[in-house]
Design a protein around this ligand. Sequence first.
Ligand SMILES: N[C@@H](CCC(=O)N[C@@H](CS)C(=O)NCC(=O)O)C(=O)O
Length: 213
Amino acid sequence: MSPSKSSSKYKLYYFAARGRAEVTRLIFKAASIPFVDETFSKDQWPGLKSTMPTQTVPVLEMGGEKYPDSGAIVRWAARKFGLSGKTDGDQLRVEEALAGAEEVRSLFLSWFFGTDPQSKGELEEQLKQKATKFLGRWEALVKETRASQRVYTYMVGTSLTAADLAMLDILEQLSSVHSIDLNAFPKLLNNKATVSSLKPIKQYLETRAHYPF
Ligand SMILES: N[C@@H](CCC(=O)N[C@@H](CS)C(=O)NCC(=O)O)C(=O)O
């Protein structure tokens, strides 16, 4: 095991996929907190399932304990590493964005793994409606900040929060749903550009594995 692996306090278990783990990975990266990104294949999963507290992943291991549930892990990490919003109002907005992104992501994953053409078509319509409503609300809420030659866009307040990282992840996932026109949300696309250009995130996006979802 490399020194950085053995000295990390945190280990995140998930499939070799973005799925329900990517927002947590982005939070660790944005905060420059080392962690072991323990990924595995679908074929390895049956051997691991019984070792997870709720037989699901993502799971975060720290201090010898395993903690399940993507929403719990994301919210804890956002608070722990200062990405949960500065004021009470900002914190509520960040929570709203995380909850909305989770709903869209769940529907996206059901659609992505759907095999029956008829139900896949119905799921795509539901996903389109839910995602469009979610993106439309945030297109109206995001804040633009002009600095030097550029306009920076943040979901909440004037600096990075977990809401921006959840939006980056959702926009990446939805880019494979061709019935959704993401160009209808230019401020959110600018938010994605703002977040993607932050140094630790840029480095991560350039070097991470290419997962299909
Ligand atoms: N509410 C849970 C859902 C976890 C979940 O369904 N995880 C899926 C992967 S995204 C899983 O572990 N699937 C394998 C299985 O259930 O055997 C969370 O958000 O963590």
